[in-house]
Design a protein around this ligand. Structure first.
Ligand code: 0A1
Ligand code: ZN
Length: 877
């Protein structure tokens, strides 16, 4: 916990390590009160070091020293110095063996970083800097070493003992204990180390790689969950085949293991050969998991698997390069999901997430580049910018190079850097070499924060038959970066003629007409593109497929947006046109509740609902209005109540105007037969549930009965939870009983209860905060469990803006109370929660003061963690 102001780490200060570790041997003695860890490190000076001190400095926190020896000789007390952050061993030779033994207390580790207990299991989380809570080490990603790990524990309580690599035979010991040794042949940084011990069951399968390696696949869970692993296993097998096919990457060990644990700070972790997962991203059955859960599992399983190459075989030189592995791996998992399901819908979902969260981050006090240049606490930089914007930056390189050169670039990357710890510059260089082009300007996407804005104008010259697009780029200032250099932006455009057909695009100088979508390269502050032989005044379709993470400003009329909505050949752009129009209408309603909704808008929705040929999943996306928080981001000052009122008003209007069509859609999209989470069935359920959501706006008893019937039918968790959420929004007499019934039915399933907490936290009812406070005392709630924190506190503060931002500040007090309580236990999760209050400058003066007061209160609380301190102090700067 914090005593002094935390120091800042800078990318510019990077130096290669002074020592390397060739071999690590670890021995764990796991026990109920304490764990002993013995380590043997084979160290030598790094020939590439740029500095040379006589001493060895190792990281280590919360370790109790039992013994220390160098080349077999005990180190005298004068020969070393231990402090809060590590160990200095004085005057070491150039090559030596250092052995130590420490005592640690996993049972008391509530931060869930290092070695900790989740229920009856021992497990680890070492990324980013958790290994230093296990033993003294050079805990930095550019120190890669071969690990051998021996685990010893009570056989009855911990029949399964796992670590990275390949296992030896188990040895039975006398006192009811047993022992096993795992050897990982691949050098790895300490953040990829993992250990698990517990009473686990596994499902097993196998996969044969193209080169003929037979890989055993095992998913370990607590015994009661053994029937909920099939989807995860099937997803893993699909991911392995996809990576072989798309990237030519095969798995490299004889065994691949996944373990599900209930207490986990993040989604999952890609430890070499032994992934540890939040159980939310493993366990699923039709009765307990929603379509979203099934999709989330497929994508996270794939993400962690893909890390084996992009992250593990090739890792990051330092934590500033985090997006090297995360941006690339997110891009890979996005493409995998697109191939497994509906590509168009996947792209829309990803862009929706990026705009809602990453654009907001870029516009707030924590804005940072994809490759940050400083941090206080690295755990605060596992952000949507590093992950999702990082993925967009990789996608833009794919857009600029085209699929073949991009694949050439990744092949080169794997060949050039296998077994190394490298930088984002190294990655871009591979792309530049494969694409045979200079990507120097492109690299600004890694170093400059902020969301670039493109202001575009189009002029048609009927006499010349030309259409000229003028594109200006500008990027707003972000903390520490007042001025930005121009970016290289791939801008995909099309032109629609008056019947909505794509024109072949011929740019000045082209000999032949080109394709109907062109990737324009924007590199200057202002640029013009002249299209020739354009027979009629076209409607431009801009940023097709969201070819770059930018905002586009073009002065479309409502009619043009409706035209694009109906005709654009690019599914993403059809959706985007609908969103832009809906946003425009909603913001007008915020200003003036009496403003007229264009009849054409309702008509466009009607047509879409009646178009039986359209893809239900895409349709559901088109008909989903922009979220309240996203609408707030579009205003100079967020009007909390106005936005909520306007959105409800428009939903109700659409519901009453389109009741017949919505009922027809509800009726026609029922999915019968056995539950399957395939794209078609998911699409139909999402459209049908969207229709139900609109219809429930009508406060109509027959529709409420329909909703209750859907809940009671209990066909699958998607339909059940949608119905229950809609009921929980309203003062319907049955609701209380249904909520209680749901709890009784699922009281032994923590993941289902997470949904129960969330839907109550997101209820539109005015008394929601009081209910949420009551739920903190519910026996199923625990502030020590991150999933529970996210599903109750997180869902309320981020998913219920109108209640969280209540004018009296009660929501803010509630959050800061929880943050202070949580910070004592789990600083990482506390820091994630406190972010929800850091965009205070976007609100009216009264709310600003209320939020600031709470932030100041947190900052001045003694013992606040470095994690929370960094977020709060930066937000108040
Ligand atoms: N590397 C993991 C996510 C992860 C990151 C940090 C953690 O603790 C601070 C834990 C997990 C991934 O990208 O899946
Ligand atoms: Zn990752």
């Amino acid at each position: 916990m914090l005593r002094d102001t935390p120091s800042t780490v800078y990318l510019k200060d990077y130096l290669p390590p002074e020592f390397l570790i060739d071999q690590v041997m670890l021995w764990f003695d796991l026990d109920e009160t304490e764990t002993r860890v013995r380590s043997r490190l084979e160290l030598r000076r790094n020939p590439a070091a740029q500095s040379r001190s006589p001493d060895l400095r190792l990281h280590g926190e919360q370790l109790e020293l039992i013994s220390l020896s160098l080349d077999g000789q005990p180190v005298a007390p004068a020969g070393y110095l231990q402090d809060d952050e590590g160990l200095t061993v004085r005057q070491v030779p150039d090559q030596f063996v250092l052995e130590s033994e420490v005592r640690i207390l996993p049972q008391q580790n509530t931060a869930l970083e290092g070695l900790y207990k989740s229920g009856g299991l021992f497990c680890t989380q070492c990324e980013a800097e958790g290994f230093r809570k296990i033993t003294w080490y050079l805990d930095r990603p550019d120190v890669m070493s071969r690990f051998t790990t021996t685990i010893c524990a009570d056989k009855q309580r911990y029949p399964v003992l796992l670590s990275n690599g390949n296992p030896s035979d188990t040895v039975e010991l006398e006192d009811g204990r047993h022992r096993i040794t795992w050897t990982d042949p691949f050098p790895k940084p300490a953040y990829l180390f993992a250990l698990v011990a517990g009473d686990l069951r596994a499902i097993e399968d196998s996969h044969t790689t193209p080169s003929g390696r037979e890989v055993t696949l095992r998913i370990y869970v607590e015994p009661e969950n053994i029937d909920k692993c099939d989807h995860a296993m099937a997803s893993l097998k699909r991911a392995m085949a996809w990576d072989e096919q798309q990237y030519g990457r095969e798995y490299d060990l004889d065994i691949y293991m996944i373990v599900a644990v209930n207490d986990f700070n993040m989604g999952a972790m890609e430890n070499k050969g032994l992934n540890i997962f939040n159980s939310k991203f493993v366990l699923a059955s039709p009765a307990t998991a929603t379509d979203r859960d099934f999709q989330g599992i497929e994508s996270v399983i794939a993400h962690e698997y893909f890390h084996n190459w992009t992250g593990n075989r090739i890792t990051c030189r330092d934590w500033f390069q985090l997006s090297l592995k995360e941006g690339l791996t997110v891009f890979r998992d996005q493409e995998f999901s697109a191939d497994m399901g509906s590509r168009g819908v996947k792209r829309i979902e990803d862009v929706r997430l990026l705009r809602a969260h990453q654009f907001a981050e870029d516009a707030g006090p924590m804005a940072h580049p994809v490759r940050p240049d400083s941090y206080m606490e690295i755990n605060n930089f596992y952000t949507v910018t590093v992950y999702e914007k990082g993925a967009e930056v990789v996608r833009m390189q794919a857009n600029l190079l085209g699929p073949e050169a991009f694949r050439g670039g990744t092949d080169l990357y794997f060949e050039r850097f296998d077994g190394q710890a490298v930088t984002t510059d190294d990655f871009v260089q591979c792309m530049a070499d494969a694409g045979q082009r200079d990507l120097g300007q492109f690299k600004r996407w890694y170093s400059q924060a902020g969301t670039p804005e493109l202001t575009i104008q189009g002029v048609y010259d009927a006499a010349q038959q030309t259409y000229t697009l003028t594109v200006e780029q500008h990027c707003p200032a972000t903390p520490g970066q007042p001025d930005k250099e121009p970016f290289l932006i791939p801008l995909a455009v099309g032109l629609l003629d008056d019947r909505g057909t794509d024109l072949a695009l011929r740019l000045a100088g082209d000999s032949d007409p080109g394709p109907t979508t062109r990737m324009l390269e924007i590199s200057e502050p202002r640029q013009q593109f002249v299209f020739e032989q354009v027979p009629v005044a076209p409607v431009p379709s801009l940023l097709r497929g969201f070819s770059a993470p930018v905002k586009v400003r073009f002065d479309y009329s409502n009619e043009q947006l409706m035209f694009l909505m109906a005709h654009d050949s690019d599914g993403f752009s059809r959706w985007d046109a609908a969103q832009t129009l809906a946003q425009r209408i909603l913001l007008q309603l915020v200003d003036d509740p009496d403003s007229l909704v264009p009849e054409g808008f309702v008509q466009a929705f009607r047509q879409a609902l009646q178009d039986s040929a359209s893809d239900p999943a895409l349709l559901a996306e088109v008909l989903t209005l922009p979220a309240e928080s996203y609408l707030g981001d579009q205003m100079a000052e967020v009007d909390v109540e106005g936005i909520h009122r306007a959105r409800e008003q428009l939903k109700t209007l659409l519901a009453s105007e389109l009741k017949t069509e919505l009922l027809a859609v509800y009726r026609d999209n029922e999915v019968t037969g056995e539950y399957r989470p395939d794209a078609d069935a998911i699409g139909r359920r999402s459209l049908r549930n969207l229709a139900l959501g609109y219809l429930m706006q009508l406060e109509d008893q027959a529709i409420q009965a329909l909703c209750i019937a859907q809940y009671r039918a209990g066909n699958n968790m998607t339909d059940v939870i949608t119905a229950l959420s809609l009921l929980a929004d309203r003062d319907i007499p049955e609701t209380a009983e249904l909520l209680e019934g749901f709890y009784q039915q699922w009281r032994d399933d923590p993941l289902v209860l997470d949904k129960w907490f969330s839907l109550q936290a997101m209820s539109k009812r005015p008394d929601t905060l009081e209910r949420v406070k009551g739920l903190l005392d519910h026996p199923a709630f625990s502030i020590a469990n991150p999933n529970k924190v996210r599903s109750l506190i997180g869902a309320f503060c981020s998913g219920n803006p109108v209640r969280f931002h209540a004018a009296d500040g009660a929501g803010y007090r509630f959050l800061s109370d929880r943050v202070l309580e949580l910070d004592q236990l789990n600083p990482q999760v506390a820091a994630r929660m406190v972010r929800l209050m850091t965009r205070w400058q976007r609100y009216d003066p009264a709310r600003q003061r209320l939020m600031q007061t709470q932030l100041e209160r947190i900052l001045h609380t003694s013992g606040v963690s470095r994690d929370v301190y960094e977020i709060v102090s930066k937000s108040l700067e």
